[in-house]
Ligand binder design. Structure first.
Ligand SMILES: C[S@@+](CC[C@H](N)C(=O)[O-])C[C@H]1O[C@@H](n2cnc3c(N)ncnc32)[C@H](O)[C@@H]1O
Length: 388
C-alpha cells in the first residue's frame, strides 16, 4: 500500500497538541494576563495547558453565543462562559482528541462552580466548521472505508452531514473568538478558514481573533520546519495579510485592538508577535435611498471604508440606508455626524441607491428643495450661553 511520504502539517499539529494536552509544554506558551476573577473557578489542569497568545474574551458581552476556534483545554471557553452568563452559550471547537478530553472532563466542574452549564466542546476542523467529525466517525464505524468505492461514498456522506447536520450552522453565532490557532491552519485552507468564520456569524456578528503574525513573509524553508510550524511560528500570516484576509472574506470595520510591541519570538530576523483583531459581518445587502447623509468628523483628512466610500473630513455625503445604519454602530459611530432628512422616506417607499457612486449631499436635499423657513434663535443652543 502507498504511504504518504511526509506527515501533513495538520497531523504534525495534532500530534504536538495531543502531547501538550497530556503535559504542559512551556515552548508553546506566550504569557497572557487573563482577568484573575474568571480564573478562580477554572481547574489548574486547564490553566496550566494555556497555549494562547492573547485574550479575546475581554471583548465579549452578556447573553452572546460564542464559538472558540481551537479551544484546546477550554480556558477561553470557561472564561467566556462567565462573561456571557446563563443566557449566553459557548461552543469550543478543536480537532485534537486529547485536548477535547481535558476540556470535556473539566466542563462539569466549572458548571458546578458557576451554577449553570453553558459550554459544549465539539470535534471539528476550524477550516470546515460544517463537518461534525464525531458524527462522521460514528457513521464510518458502521460503514468502514475498505475500497475506492467506499472512500468516494464517505466523501458524499461528509457532504450530506455538512448540509443536514452542520457542526456550526450558518448565521448562528454572535462572536467567533480564537486564541493562537489560525496560524496553525495549512496555507491552502486559510482562505476557506476565513470564509467559514464569516459563514457561521450572524449578520451584525463579529470575529475577535488573537494570533501570532509576522512582520515579514515567512520563507518556504521555515514553513517546512515541523517544529516551527506546530510552534505557532511558520504558519503566521503577515500583519497586513492577517487583516486583508478578513477583508477578502467580506468583513468590514476591521481593526487592530491590541498589538504587542515586543515580539514573542524572532527567528532568522523575522519578528513574530501577538495581535488581536476585530472584524464585523453585515455590510452585504441591498442599498436604498432614504435621503440620509453622514459627515466624517476627522481627525484624518479623508477616509476609505470597506465598501470603497471615500469621505473627506467635514463634507456631507449621501449614503444608503444600510451604510447609514452601519455607521451608527461600532466601530464607526464616534467618527460620524448623522443628518436625517426633514421628511422621512419610509423603507417600503425607498428607491434603490447606487453605492458605487460617491456623492456630496446638498443640504437642500436633506431639507427639501422648497424649504424656506426663518426661525427664532434655538433656546436649546442658549443653555450653555455660548451662542446667544
Ligand atoms: C496553540 S493551541 C491554543 C489552544 C487554546 N486556544 C488556548 O488558548 O490555550 C492550538 C489548539 O488548536 C487546535 N487546532 C489546531 N489546528 C486546528 C484545526 N485546523 N482545527 C481545529 N483545531 C485545531 C489544537 O488541537 C490546539 O488545541
Amino acid at each position: 500500500m502507498l504511504e504518504p511520504e511526509t506527515k501533513t502539517k495538520e497531523a504534525i499539529v495534532r500530534q504536538r497538541y495531543a502531547a501538550g494536552a497530556k503535559e504542559r509544554t512551556d515552548k508553546l506558551c506566550c504569557p497572557v494576563d487573563y482577568d484573575s476573577n474568571y480564573l478562580k473557578v477554572i481547574p489548574q489542569e486547564v490553566i496550566e495547558r494555556d497555549y494562547g497568545c492573547g485574550d479575546p474574551s475581554r471583548y465579549l458581552r452578556e447573553g452572546e453565543v460564542v464559538v472558540d476556534l481551537g479551544s484546546g483545554s477550554g480556558k477561553i471557553c470557561f472564561i467566556a462562559a462567565q462573561i456571557v452568563g446563563p443566557n449566553g452559550k459557548v461552543i469550543g471547537v478543536d480537532m485534537t482528541d486529547e485536548m477535547l478530553e481535558v476540556a470535556r472532563r473539566n466542563a462539569p466542574i466549572v458548571a458546578e462552580r458557576v451554577g449553570y452549564a453553558n459550554v459544549v466542546f465539539r470535534k471539528g476542523r476550524i477550516q470546515d466548521l460544517a463537518l461534525d467529525v464525531e458524527l462522521l466517525d460514528r457513521q464510518l464505524q458502521e460503514n468502514p472505508i475498505t475500497n475506492a468505492a467506499s472512500f468516494l461514498a464517505a466523501d458524499e456522506l461528509a457532504e450530506e452531514l455538512r448540509v443536514k447536520h452542520p457542526l456550526i450552522a450558518t448565521d448562528s453565532v454572535d462572536v467567533v473568538v480564537s486564541n493562537c490557532v489560525l496560524n496553525l491552519v495549512e496555507p491552502k485552507s486559510k482562505r476557506q478558514l476565513f470564509d467559514e468564520i464569516f459563514r457561521v456569524l450572524k449578520k451584525g456578528g463579529r470575529a475577535v481573533i488573537c494570533d501570532i503574525v509576522s512582520d515579514e513573509e515567512v520563507p518556504d524553508e521555515m514553513q517546512n520546519d515541523p517544529e516551527l510550524w506546530s510552534g505557532c511560528i511558520s504558519g503566521a500570516l503577515t500583519e497586513e495579510g492577517f487583516l486583508a484576509a478578513f477583508g477578502s472574506a467580506g468583513f468590514y470595520g476591521i481593526q487592530i485592538l491590541k498589538r504587542d510591541v515586543d515580539p514573542w519570538r524572532t527567528v532568522q530576523g523575522i519578528e513574530f508577535r501577538s495581535i488581536t483583531a476585530r472584524a464585523f459581518k453585515g455590510k452585504q445587502g441591498e442599498c436604498f435611498e432614504r435621503n440620509q447623509a453622514v459627515i466624517y468628523r476627522g481627525p484624518f483628512k479623508e477616509v476609505l471604508d470597506d465598501d470603497n466610500h471615500r469621505m473627506e473630513r467635514g463634507q456631507r455625503y449621501a449614503v444608503c440606508d444600510k451604510t447609514y445604519n452601519l455607521y451608527k454602530k461600532p466601530p464607526y459611530r464616534e467618527f460620524f455626524e448623522f443628518v436625517d432628512p426633514i421628511v422621512d422616506v419610509p423603507l417600503t417607499e425607498a428607491k434603490s441607491f447606487d453605492c458605487l457612486r460617491n456623492y456630496i449631499r446638498h443640504p437642500k436635499e436633506t431639507k427639501g428643495q422648497d424649504y424656506n423657513a426663518t426661525t427664532e434663535a434655538n433656546s436649546k443652543c442658549c443653555d450653555g450661553g455660548s451662542c446667544c
